[in-house]
Design a protein around this ligand. Structure first.
Ligand SMILES: CC(C)(COP(=O)(O)OP(=O)(O)OC[C@H]1O[C@@H](n2cnc3c(N)ncnc32)[C@H](O)[C@@H]1OP(=O)(O)O)[C@@H](O)C(=O)NCCC(=O)NCCS
Length: 179
């Protein structure tokens, strides 16, 4: 994981119709442990690496460890996170020679699925990227088999660059189309 680098952080909270996007806070630890230990959420992300109990110990008291990790709050509760990082030039698959593109990922608790919450949150995060890192290419990788994720990526305007085999599955690598 390569950090985003020098961006103003924590950001002013981003408020949408139903959500608030902000840095992760101590009160999010329980929700983060739930998100990271949930078999369904982690199904296409390599599966949970730890149990919920382990995560409740492992997640730092202040989970705001680096710029680019947005907690998403709905009705006062943590419901998911959006992770923004750099795609290290040492890795394969890029849309520019020097690599280091801005890469986005999303994970939401199943109680929110099918309500457009992920769409609303990710759109807001893409707006933040555009304001904070204007002109930077934005990329996304997801398993082809992860249909809800691929549907969301396409809805947000990501277009396929290539598919490749990685982590034992077919991966879809896309970039955000210039408007
Ligand atoms: C990927 C993931 C975020 C998608 O969640 P989602 O809830 O399906 O995504 P959306 O926010 O786009 O919701 C879409 C559905 O809500 C419906 N919806 C209901 N109310 C809506 C509203 N007010 N606005 C927009 N859509 C709405 C849409 O019609 C759509 O239905 P469809 O899936 O039948 O087409 C979720 O499955 C997840 O967290 N997965 C686990 C983590 C993961 O695999 N991440 C991918 C790694 S990059």
């Amino acid at each position: 994981m390569k950090p985003l680098g020098d961006v103003p952080w924590p950001p002013d909270p981003i408020v949408t119709d139903r959500l608030i996007l902000r840095e992760t806070r101590t009160e999010d630890r329980k929700g983060l442990a739930e998100l990271l230990s949930d078999e369904t959420v982690q199904a296409y992300l390599g599966g949970p690496q730890h149990t919920r109990e382990e995560l409740e110990e492992l997640i730092p008291q202040d989970p705001n460890t680096r710029p680019g990790i947005f907690a998403v709050e709905h009705a006062g509760e943590f419901v998911g996170r959006i992770t923004i990082q750099r795609r290290d030039r040492a890795w394969a698959h890029h849309v520019r020679e020097e690599g280091d593109e801005v890469e986005i990922g999303y994970e939401f608790l199943p109680i929110t699925w099918g309500r457009g919450i992920a769409t609303e949150a990710t759109r807001a995060a893409l707006g933040w990227i555009e304001r904070t890192l204007p002109g930077e290419p934005v990329v996304l990788t997801t398993q082809v088999a992860n249909e809800p994720s691929l549907r969301l990526a396409r809805k947000l305007g990501f277009v396929e660059v290539e598919r490749f085999m990685g982590f034992g599955a077919e991966q879809w690598f896309g970039h955000l189309r210039d408007e």
